[in-house]
Design a protein around this ligand. Structure first.
Ligand SMILES: Cc1cc2nc3c(=O)[nH]c(=O)nc-3n(C[C@H](O)[C@H](O)[C@H](O)COP(=O)(O)OP(=O)(O)OC[C@H]3O[C@@H](n4cnc5c(N)ncnc54)[C@H](O)[C@@H]3O)c2cc1C
Length: 389
């Protein structure tokens, strides 16, 4: 049986970041991951702390020319409700940043991470994990060809249906919204000026995010029951619907990707670390794509996990307990904050609409509050002096 200090399970964006970060810290690490296939048509918006982290891992430079800066974030109430909130605009310059972060297609980043791993000492195990047990000293993983591998620390980044989470007996609370998200990319006539706009509709967010040139990506929340209808529409009808959804702010649009549809649901594990295991990324938490929080949170998991591994290299129990404690506030705040925000969009209950529009209006008109919200959204945990440095 091969033994490692750290074994990462799952080669999504969170898992490969974790493996690269362990390697960069000089740790003996292996990852169970297959080479990424080009099936993820999503784009991801990451804020500056995450971008700086990817830069330190040596993958940012490889994809930089496929990214677009996010300089202003806007929220526009696109509902037909009696009470609607005022438009809110958040320029990054207001908190001393040139940009909040960058948006890029997932696949190039997955590939550049995989290629970067191949240049390092990371052992890539191109299998699936099919079972997990523990003894006092190790977490032990059975691979799909029957062999076993073990490590002192297991970083489980095997996604929302995490096998490792189940095998280590960490339960997770899950709930759905009967929503799905269509994702696509499109070309448009007018420049986006590096503005990302989240249109709030009765079905959830309809979010345009800049890509290089006159192109953008879209995350379009629909009712679960509407999936077949929208996925069956022709390109011309879809182009028109996208332009309408954007209120023609970018002029005529031309969809230039396949459409993909993702179920929207939330998940939160009851613990984030136990025994030899730390849960990373969607193995620990998942929620609807509002405010670009998911992977940003996953990368903060990775940063905290590295700190715990450095602090307790030979004591997995202490490492996983410390990790659990350190991740609680951040993960709970984001998961329940996004859940609440999504629910306020879906309900037509008048008092809730009143509170939502009041909150957005207050944020948009009170500068210190607006700046606080921008910092909490884009720079959580970063000290104010450092932000404006
Ligand atoms: C429509 C949409 C838009 C989004 N936009 C943003 C955004 O703009 N900004 C942002 O920060 N976040 C965004 N997110 C969230 C972000 O995409 C996720 O947080 C992120 O992709 C999760 O990565 P992960 O590595 O944790 O999980 P995954 O991507 O699910 O990776 C898990 C990996 O583990 C592998 N695996 C599973 N089981 C096993 C096993 N038994 N053995 C070995 N390998 C296994 C899988 O094959 C997969 O490769 C968005 C999400 C959605 C749905």
């Amino acid at each position: 049986m091969k033994k490692f200090d750290i074994l990462v399970v799952g080669g999504g964006l969170a898992g490969m970041s974790a493996a690269l970060a362990c390697d960069k810290a000089g740790m003996n690490v292996a990852i169970i991951a297959k080479k990424p296939v080009n099936t993820d048509g999503r784009t991801t918006a990451l804020f500056m702390p995450s971008i700086d982290f990817l830069d330190e891992l040596g993958v940012w430079a490889k994809i930089k020319d496929q990214t677009a800066a996010l300089k202003t974030m806007r929220i526009l109430d696109s509902t037909n409700r009696l009470i609607r909130s005022r438009p809110a605009s958040f320029p990054s310059t207001e908190i001393g940043l040139d940009a909040f972060g960058y948006n890029f297609p997932n696949h190039p980043l997955l590939i550049s991470m995989y290629e970067k791993m191949a240049e390092t000492d990371i052992e890539i195990i191109e299998n699936l994990a099919v079972d997990y047990t523990e003894d006092d000293d190790h977490g032990i993983i059975t691979l799909d060809h029957g062999e076993t591998v073990s490590a002192t620390h297991i970083l489980a980044s095997d996604g929302r249906n995490s096998l490792i989470r189940q095998k280590v007996n960490i339960s997770a609370k899950t709930w759905g919204y009967q929503q799905k998200a269509i994702v696509l990319t499109f070309a448009h006539k007018f420049p986006h000026q590096n503005i990302s706009t989240e249109f709030h509709t009765e079905k959830g967010p309809f979010t345009q995010v800049p890509l290089p040139g006159k192109r953008s990506s879209l995350v379009w929340a629909i009712k679960e029951s509407e999936e077949a209808y929208f996925m069956g529409l022709g390109k011309d009808e879809l182009n028109q619907l996208v332009e309408q959804g954007l209120h023609s702010t970018l002029g005529p649009v031309e969809i230039d990707s396949e459409l993909q549809c993702f179920p929207l649901s939330s998940l939160i594990a009851t613990r984030f670390g136990k025994g030899h295991v730390m849960l990373i990324g969607e193995a620990a938490h998942a929620f609807p794509p509002i405010g670009a929080q998911g992977l940003n949170l996953g990368l903060r998991d990775v940063m905290t996990a590295i700190d715990c591994l450095k602090q307790y290299p030979d004591d997995p129990e202490k490492a996983s307990n410390t990790y659990d404690r350190k991740r609680r506030a951040d993960v709970h705040t984001r998961t329940f904050g996004i859940d609440m925000f999504n629910r306020t969009l879906l309900t037509s209950f008048l008092p809730v609409q009143l509170i939502r529009s009041g909150a957005i209006s207050a944020i948009s008109s009170i500068a210190p509050l607006r700046q606080f919200v921008m910092r909490q959204g884009a720079l959580p945990g970063v000290k104010k002096e450092k932000q404006s440095a």
